[in-house]
Write a protein that binds this ligand. Sequence first.
Ligand SMILES: CC(C)(COP(=O)(O)OP(=O)(O)OC[C@H]1O[C@@H](n2cnc3c(N)ncnc32)[C@H](O)[C@@H]1OP(=O)(O)O)[C@@H](O)C(=O)NCCC(=O)NCCS
Length: 216
Amino acid sequence: MQDIAIFGAGGFGREILTLIQDVNRVSPVWNVVGFFDDGYPKGEIINGFETLGTCEDLNAWEKPLAITLAIGTPHIKKNILSRITNPRVSFPTLIHPSVLIGDRDFVEIGKGCIICAANIITTNIEIGNFVILNLACTTGHDTVIKDYAAFMPTCNISGEVVIEEGVYCGTGVKIINRTSIGANTIVGAGAVVAKPLPPNCTAVGVPAKPIKFREA
Ligand SMILES: CC(C)(COP(=O)(O)OP(=O)(O)OC[C@H]1O[C@@H](n2cnc3c(N)ncnc32)[C@H](O)[C@@H]1OP(=O)(O)O)[C@@H](O)C(=O)NCCC(=O)NCCS
């Protein structure tokens, strides 16, 4: 069994713990050593596992350790990742045993991703690194999802969609086929993306329209 720790001891971190336990029920792969989190004191017990400290403590860890980043917000996840400098740390992709992948020969998934229970991913799909597909999302044919993108529960990504780096889609977002979402754009819960969305904005509604822009 390989040692693994969850970075992020909040609610999503506890959900990822259950994902790992479900993986282990099918085939024992992971030995959970605990949680890291910059915001929790060392030595607390969360759902039976210890908090092991901050990013600094992780950088001082002396044995090989797999880390899963249970952090939903792309730019926060990217920032934490840039501070992890320990060469003993690796970033596996975790896929819940219930996930349905249509054709594994034509679905590429990078490192450090989290694919939660009840996802369906069909075929000819590229998923980059550190992508999160939270519970019960669907991803259709010929879609590209770039690094750090995060989809909250029950998003539906139709076919031939391009999701650029760092996109965040709230719960229940629906993305119509052949559309795209620009880098670092946030799409509010329940939105329907019917036309391509530009980068660095927040878009909400049906159809989704930008309501705010940020500096790149
Ligand atoms: C869009 C979102 C990111 C908020 O962005 P924000 O920049 O903080 O925006 P604000 O809260 O200031 O809201 C701006 C306006 O958009 C509206 N709005 C916010 N979220 C909206 C949504 N999902 N759909 C429609 N309108 C929304 C607000 O009511 C407000 O309207 P007003 O100007 O008429 O008062 C947030 O509301 C959201 O949907 N987050 C996703 C949460 C989620 O899915 N979490 C999953 C956890 S597992």
